[in-house]
Design a binder for this molecule. Structure first.
Ligand SMILES: *[C@@H]1O[C@H](CO)[C@@H](O)[C@H](O)[C@H]1NC(C)=O
Ligand SMILES: *[C@@H]1O[C@H](CO)[C@@H](O)[C@H](O)[C@H]1NC(C)=O
Ligand SMILES: *[C@@H]1O[C@H](CO)[C@@H](O)[C@H](O)[C@H]1NC(C)=O
Ligand SMILES: *[C@@H]1O[C@H](CO)[C@@H](O)[C@H](O)[C@H]1NC(C)=O
Length: 453
């Protein structure tokens, strides 16, 4: 027997013991890991979904909101989302809020850090310039960080010195200044909020499937209410992960307007709080998505010289390296004019409620003499405050994208009355995607149980 084999023979039991020890220590680490994971889970659950219970951290107790609209104690105002601000000097938290314009008083920011909550620090209240005469307006509240503290929660108060347990805190989001390469999404669509009994299922399914084909990874929608079939569709897309539904019960806090102008439509806030949801959506996805598209539920931002959005944005961005805001023209396709061949008037879609955009291939020439509204693609990190058709404050340049490069397909009631087919322009861009579009729409409707063949 060579010394070598002897050595290896002699080693057998030792190796078995070693293996047993390794197995034991593996089991032990597994046990420790699962215990830790469970503790972490409990902590996250406490943080995220039981806000109305008291959250206990050492000696302090305080409420953490799990709602998207939280009233500020002893005021007429509401907070929506708190976001760490990485784009200005110093440490600041921005709280996207809804303020009653006639009732603004001095406010203080309360922070809760590791083991203590601070006294209030003076808040800077910045009401947005767009309010259209309504009593409530989207407002940014800027809170300077307290000294020696890495806060996770913030609340607004009318007093400097208060007990934390008397207030409802918001979790501070965007704590990490993530780099673009680590973003989960390149293109996110923030759809203006959903309200009333909107049940335009076929158009919304076609819109979502067009967006998938154009390279969008996520669609976010703020939901106040909807029709029964659209609700099923949204639940199905949310389950699949393409759509994120943020509940937006604004009607439980005020009397939201269905219109855009107070003097004409009355109510407490412009379009169910649309401006607040767009701003909140931008901040919520600022470190998740390279680009954000801001448009309504019945609009699709479509490239005309590129097949999809990524190469189009690459081209635009290389022509305008400092651009953060891209204005896209809205083109209206009247739902009253049909493609005469009716080739997409598919029998199986006839019982699906809503407009079939593939049948409406005639568009109005925009009346450039009048105000012509844009919708927007932004790099969210370049935006401070947004409105619907323009950005109110940004850190970079704004570019008007030529309509031959990209414009919106917006199938709706005609804007310019009395136009006949001869006065309209033919535009069959959607048909370029027909192969995949039709079968993907079928599959989506089937998944939601909305198609019976
Ligand atoms: C918030 O918490 C309450 C009570 O813990 C719960 O009933 C409710 O469903 C939660 N809401 C959301 C949006 O998570
Ligand atoms: C906390 O709230 C209670 C009940 O609303 C009130 O009686 C008390 O004065 C408050 N305390 C402080 C310090 O704000
Ligand atoms: C986003 O775009 C980059 C660069 O084109 C690409 O490498 C990455 O895979 C894309 N991410 C997603 C989620 O599509
Ligand atoms: C939208 O909100 C309404 C009213 O709260 C609710 O009944 C409905 O389930 C919500 N829809 C989705 C898709 O979450």
């Amino acid at each position: 027997m060579s010394p070598h084999s002897y050595k290896s023979l002699n080693n057998v039991p030792k190796r078995l013991i070693m293996e047993k020890m390794v197995t034991f220590s593996r089991l032990f680490s597994l046990l420790m890991a699962s215990t830790l994971a469970y503790l972490l889970y409990v902590v996250i659950i406490l943080h995220r979904s039981t806000p109305d219970k008291l959250f206990q951290q050492k000696q302090i107790l305080f409420h953490i909101s799990n709602q998207s609209i939280t009233s500020v104690k002893n005021t007429k105002h509401f907070t929506v989302g708190a976001y760490r601000e990485h784009r200005v000097k110093g440490h600041v938290v921005r709280i996207i809020s809804i303020f009653r314009r006639d009732s603004v008083q001095p406010l203080y920011c309360l922070f809760c850090c590791g083991t203590h909550c601070t006294n209030g620090l003076k808040a800077e209240v910045q009401m947005h310039s767009d309010h259209f005469g309504f009593p409530f307006v989207t407002t940014d509240v800027l809170c300077p960080y307290p000294a020696n503290c890495n806060p996770l929660y913030v609340a607004l108060s009318t007093q400097v010195s208060v007990l934390a347990q008397n207030h409802t805190f918001l979790s501070i989001q965007n704590l990490v200044n993530r780099k673009e390469v680590d973003f989960p999404f390149n293109f996110t669509v923030c759809v203006s909020n959903l309200f009333g009994d909107y049940n335009n299922v076929l158009q919304f399914t076609q819109t979502l499937e067009m967006y998938k084909l154009l390279g969008v990874q996520r669609v976010v929608i703020y939901n106040t209410s909807s029709g029964p079939d659209l609700k099923r569709l949204l639940q199905s897309y949310a389950q699949e992960g393409f759509v994120e539904v943020v509940q937006w019960p604004i009607d439980q806090h005020m009397d939201p307007s269905r219109g855009w102008l107070f003097s004409e439509h009355g109510g407490d806030i412009h379009y169910y709080g649309q401006l607040t949801t767009l701003n909140d959506c931008i901040y919520r996805h600022m470190y998740q998505s390279r680009y954000i598209l801001l448009n309504d539920i019945d609009e699709i931002i479509v490239p005309y010289q590129h097949e999809t959005l990524p190469p189009m944005m690459e081209a635009l961005q290389s022509q305008h390296p400092k651009a953060e805001v891209f204005l896209i023209e809205n083109h209206i396709f009247p739902k009253t004019q049909f493609d005469p061949s009716r080739r997409f008037n598919l029998p199986r879609w006839r019982n699906v409620p809503g407009i079939n955009i593939m049948e409406h291939i005639y568009k109005e020439e925009p009346d450039y003499k009048n105000y012509h509204p844009y919708k927007i693609i932004v790099r969210p990190r370049g935006v401070e405050q947004t409105s619907v058709h323009e950005v109110l404050r940004s850190f970079g340049e704004t570019v008007q994208v030529p309509p031959k490069v990209c414009h919106i397909i917006h199938v709706r009631v005609p804007l310019r009355k009395g136009l006949t087919k001869e006065n309209l322009l033919e535009d069959k861009r959607v048909w370029d995607y027909k192969g995949e579009l039709v079968s993907n729409v079928d599959k989506a409707l089937e998944r939601a149980g909305l198609l019976t063949r």
